[in-house]
Design a protein. Structure first.
Length: 283
């Protein structure tokens, strides 16, 4: 699903645990009222998009360097320069919305990108390849025709499969070098998230990476927070790590996104890089 709001969430009366309040029909109903724009995807904070995309690119670059073999590292050192990483063969943008992350980041690091998005009107924007024409933050002086031609040229050979479904129902049929999830897994219950992560891990190539980039709860009592507006849960860092462990995943690096303007009052955002296996954390 598209990016959930990055601002503070409200609580509703809990049934037992916050995630038990999640209702997928309510989530879909909410997101179908949101405009297919960057402003809509980012909950009214389009100005953080560039900072976010830069942070994502930096985080992935760190992970790829961390996972380089010793031979590769020695070759880079012997050459006297840091070689530019080759593009990954195939990635997938999970909870893609209108393709903000695909267009601004994943297309630069992957040869092919698949998309998973349950809201049909958002997926249609990606399918048409016309995001820039509807993006309400675009200040380009190009004509709509020029923008459309540029967009088609950029996305040709990049976006391949578009799956209009929720992550709780998505059954990967490809193998991925990168599975990127951002501002979307809050719409899954803890059990659904655990089983989804297990399915995603099975869809990784031998050297594949699974990334979650999500808000973290700042509840003073250290609890997850249910948001009744879009029927989602904002989890604590501790909850995420517990779920990763239950899913049998190795958390290889976690990093907080920096650079968001403080006056916006946004929740902290943390990226988690995961692979199958026992935990061995770098932070």
């Amino acid at each position: 699903m598209s990016s959930s709001s990055t601002t503070s969430t409200s609580t509703a009366a809990a049934k037992s645990t916050p995630d038990s309040n999640i209702n997928h029909a309510s989530s879909l109903e909410y997101w179908n009222t949101i405009p297919a724009t960057v402003n809509g995807m980012l909950g009214g904070f389009p100005q953080v998009s560039r900072i976010d995309l830069r942070g994502s690119a930096s985080f992935l670059a760190k992970i790829r360097r961390l996972l380089q073999t010793e031979d590769q590292q020695r070759n880079n050192e012997a050459s006297g320069q840091q070689k530019k990483s080759k593009k990954l063969k195939r990635g997938v943008d999970c909870g893609a919305g209108i393709g903000r992350v695909t267009d601004g980041f994943l297309r630069n690091v992957c040869e092919t990108v698949d998309v998973v998005e349950p809201i049909a009107k958002f997926a249609d924007v990606i399918r048409r390849g016309s995001k820039r024409a509807v993006e309400d933050t675009n200040n380009s002086t190009e004509t709509p025709k020029e923008q459309e031609e540029e967009k088609k040229e950029e996305e040709e050979g990049v976006v391949e499969n578009i799956y209009v479904t929720g992550l709780e129902s998505w059954l990967p049929t490809e193998k991925y070098d990168l599975i990127w999830n951002q501002w979307c897994v809050g719409h899954l219950t803890d059990v659904q998230l655990t089983t989804y992560l297990q399915r995603a891990a099975d869809a990784l190539t031998p050297n594949g990476i699974l990334v979650l980039k999500e808000n973290n709860s700042t509840d003073p009592d250290g609890k997850d927070i249910y948001d009744e507006v879009d029927s989602s849960v904002t989890r604590t860092d501790e909850t995420f790590r517990k779920i990763f462990k239950e899913a049998g995943l190795n958390l290889i690096k976690a990093e907080e996104q920096l650079g968001f303007p403080r006056h916006l009052g946004l929740l902290p955002v943390r990226s988690y890089a995961l692979r199958p296996g026992k935990s061995s954390m770098n932070e």
